[in-house]
Ligand binder design. Structure first.
Ligand code: ARG
Length: 588
């Protein structure tokens, strides 16, 4: 019997076909909406009948009954189908179906092949991390990096060509003061040792030395104008600022396993802004207008933006964040032929992106440009356990390098306590994975819209929805195979494995078949925590199974089916954790 990877999608298609056969409307009107069910009701549930029947004043139960009668016979071979409540259709997979599914999906590649339909043939540009140069990256940029990377991986896994773009904040008026300070006070040794620290120091000096209305401020402005006009000396300095900043950022990215395809910062769009101004003013009626000297876009249909316009060029003619982001959207649509664009930032940039997207939609419609899907993926603030913004004890910005070092050190203590027999080298290696994974996972396991409380104790706990808990589950399965001296990949799929029988086996197998639906939910909503939650629940099912049913029993057919469950749990957990951007361990 053949089963496909995404059983929910299969059932959806089967109900669509049944709808047509029963003379009910087709896909354009009737959506079965098959989703993972509450386990008390079955494995999957369709609740699309309710809305459909209600809108047409039909009896939903009668519609559901018609549909079930019209279902292709193959569906009933694979699952028990029941109608519940006002018209829910529940599907419970038969043990043979579960076994067939477990046999078929045996590797990360196989899971990927199964999942690849959702975004097949599409190109997605993901703009994440995107810190400002010459400044320390802050915790917000870490969140953006971690969430953005998980989104990239989920999109790629579901078939998209993903373009990772680090949209550096590398242009703006601050460079006048920075150059002013740099020319006077930069210390080459300090610059070599910790470039960002030194750039921040000279920027502060430059800022302090150029108060409003002072002749010094005019000098700093002159430096900026020289830079903007391409003066070779200032341009070389600016280039140096970008290069050393990026090299420092890259150290963080390397630790997190992030590699950008492009770092097209704000400066990249300098020569692409005139087209934006021109096109937004030449449409009839014009999209942008001059107001008090500045170029702005009012969105009259919007309650707030009808009076609070989107600024796209300042009164003095200078570009701003709005101008560069408009040019960026066009470049991504035209040059990368993006089907989707995702920008990952702090929720406080919500208004900016809402105004940007409204403007882009009008602009592209007027020019008949193909409009990509536009997503602003936001996240809340990170706070300390006192509920206040996360800062160092003396109120400074937390250095990400120090934060990641601390995570690894703390993990090292835990790993050493659990595995005194491993060599220091091995313990360090494991601690790196566990420590960094803990920081990443703490971020990814929460709904990104909420603020999150940064707590070392919580993120490093060995139980609860944490990286150590999940990584430990992975390591434990590896150790089962190690002890039996077989490789997970050697669990033969044509083998002697007998039919799943015990409640714990069945329950674990049922959970495994939900992976595609968990991944769908996380990918569609661009919310990785749905995938985390699935993995956490899967690890819990595994734990229950492992406690209830001995794996290394003497009856070989029983042992074979239990090993099959172990191998599939392993591949699902590892694949899921890799999708979230974590590395995994084989012992812990
Ligand atoms: N540089 C900005 C910041 O540090 C984030 C940029 C996000 N991307 C964009 N296209 N605006 O907050």
């Amino acid at each position: 019997m053949s089963v496909s990877f995404n059983i929910a999608a299969d059932l959806d298609a089967a109900l669509q076909a049944a709808a047509l056969a029963a003379g009910i409307d087709g896909a354009d009107v009737f959506a079965p909406e098959v989703r993972t069910a509450d386990p008390r009701n079955g494995d999957f549930q369709s609740n699309g009948v309710l809305g459909y029947a209600k809108a047409r004043k039909l009896n939903p139960r009668a519609v559901a009954e018609k549909l079930v009668v019209a279902l292709a016979p193959g569906v009933r071979d694979r699952c028990d189908v029941t109608i519940a409540g006002p018209g829910f259709i529940n599907f419970t997979l038969k043990p043979a179906t579960l076994l067939a599914w477990l046999r078929a999906f045996d590797s990360e590649d196989h899971l990927r092949a199964g999942a690849a339909a959702a975004h097949a043939g599409q190109t997605w540009v993901v703009d994440y991390s995107s810190p400002n140069t010459a400044k320390q990256m802050h915790v917000g940029h870490l969140r953006s990096a971690v969430i953005g990377e998980a989104i990239c991986r989920m999109l790629a896994f579901t078939g998209a060509r993903v373009i990772r773009d680090n949209h550096l904040g590398d242009w703006g008026t601050q460079f006048g003061k920075l150059i002013y300070g740099f020319k006077r006070w930069a210390d080459p040794a300090a610059l070599a040792a910790d470039p960002i620290e030194e750039l921040e120091r000279v920027y502060k000096l430059g800022h302090a030395a150029t108060p409003d209305d002072s002749p010094e401020l005019n000098e700093a402005r002159a430096e900026l104008v020289k830079l903007q006009n391409g003066d070779p000396e200032n341009f070389a300095l600016w280039k140096k600022f970008s290069d050393v900043s990026l090299a420092a950022f890259q150290q963080i990215y390397d630790r997190l396993g992030i590699a950008f395809d492009h770092c097209l910062g704000e400066s990249f769009y300098n020569d692409k802004l005139d087209r934006v101004y021109r096109e937004l003013t030449e449409t009839v009626p014009p999209i942008a207008e001059v107001s008090e000297g500045a170029l702005v876009v009012f969105h009259l249909e919007h309650p707030r933006f009808k009076t609070q316009p989107f600024l796209i060029r300042k009164g003095d003619g200078a570009s701003n964040y709005g101008s560069t982001d408009l040019a960026t959207a066009l470049y991504r649509a035209e040059h990368f032929r993006a089907d989707g664009i995702v920008v990952v930032t702090d929720f406080r940039q919500g208004d900016h992106f809402e105004q940007l997207f409204l403007t882009v939609k009008k602009w592209f419609a007027a020019k008949k440009y193909r409009l990509p899907e536009l997503h602003h993926v936001t996240f809340g603030a990170v706070t300390g356990e006192d509920g206040k913004a996360l800062k160092t004890r003396d109120g400074g910005v937390i250095k990400l390098k120090a934060l990641l070092d601390e995570a690894v050190d703390r993990a090292f203590a835990i790993v050493s306590e659990k595995n005194p027999e491993l060599s220091e080298l091995e313990r360090r290696e494991i601690a790196r994975t566990v420590g960094l994974g803990a920081v990443q996972y703490a971020d990814l396991s929460q709904n990104r819209s909420s603020n999150y409380v940064f707590s070392w104790e919580k993120m490093l706990a060995l139980d609860g929805n944490t990286a150590p808990y999940l990584l430990y589950a992975v390591a434990r399965i590896h150790s089962i195979f190690r002890k039996l001296e077989i490789a997970p990949s050697d669990v033969s799929t044509e083998s002697i494995a007998s039919m799943l029988e015990t409640p714990a086996e069945l329950s674990l197998a049922r959970k495994l078949t939900k992976f595609p639906d968990g991944l769908r939910l996380a990918t569609e909503s661009l919310r990785p925590h749905f995938l985390s939650l699935y993995l956490y629940e899967l690890a819990g099912e595994f734990s229950a199974f492992y406690t209830a049913d001995k794996v290394a029993v003497d009856e070989l057919p029983v042992r074979a089916r239990r090993l099959l469950l172990c191998a599939r749990t392993l591949v699902t957990l590892e694949t899921g954790l890799h999708l979230l951007g974590l590395r995994t361990v084989t012992r812990m």
